[in-house]
Write a protein that binds this ligand. Sequence first.
Ligand SMILES: C[S@@+](CC[C@H](N)C(=O)[O-])C[C@H]1O[C@@H](n2cnc3c(N)ncnc32)[C@H](O)[C@@H]1O
Length: 276
Amino acid sequence: MSSSTSTLPYAFKRHWMSSMRLNLNHFWMTRLMGHLLHPKVEVDDASTLQVADLGAGTGIWASELAAELPVSAVIHAFDVSDEQFPPEAWRAPNAHFSVVDCFKPFPDEYREKFDVVNIRFWLCIVNDDCAESLLANVLTLLKPGGYIQWFESLPLSARVVARNNGQITPGCDTLVNQWRKPAGHSSYEWVMNLASLFRKQNMEVIADETLSNPDQYQPIASQSWLVGIEEYLYQQKEGGQLEQLQKQLMEEAQGGAFVDVKYTLVLGRKSSVPIM
Ligand SMILES: C[S@@+](CC[C@H](N)C(=O)[O-])C[C@H]1O[C@@H](n2cnc3c(N)ncnc32)[C@H](O)[C@@H]1O
């Protein structure tokens, strides 16, 4: 067999690329934020903390928090698919991984069980018409006085940042347009107003922060995008326009042009008294 002939199905390769990108994004975002759990989360006793990570993906956030907290604290990682979960033998003893659809009512055993719920990178899953009901469902997981920490990219902040002597940037321009309107059915109002969404559910907003990439992270963002497009190519097995976009983005990055987005981090607290 020629060394250039691949017998591995596309699905495997896409899976590795996706996990690697999510893990890279985790370390990058954690560095940007400076914490796993927001410092304004008041923890009386870390040894009894119960945390849920929704749409956990590779479980890297949950696994890191499990390693940071006392072993008696419990982290539940929920995802609609177990495809990217770490192998069982390598899971932290206090990290539990379960297949759960977070748009459906949660099993009774999880109701009002958690002190903190973490949500990150749900932009592709949530639309304006379901954001409110999703948040209401998530609130059922929280103990009174519990926290939701929600982190997302801000699509309408997408812009080209270029130090390229005024060269044109058609690839970056295309990517910015995709950020701003990747799907016809979502205006992304929900994510641009995440704190308002919390307040609508009678939550106290403890922190409402916008984060920006420093210059040295711009190449990372570009690499992450190139891999993201590659995953899509593997999934679709289609070349053409997407490969052309990859090529443009790569060349423009080498020339000093990137697509930058900002991020929103909202920390909200459920009322400590039951709402009558
Ligand atoms: C972009 S990934 C983010 C992963 C992780 N939160 C992170 O920050 O690395 C989105 C994840 O949400 C999961 N997901 C999609 N729909 C879901 C649902 N209805 N319930 C739970 N998880 C869901 C996907 O399977 C995927 O793992």
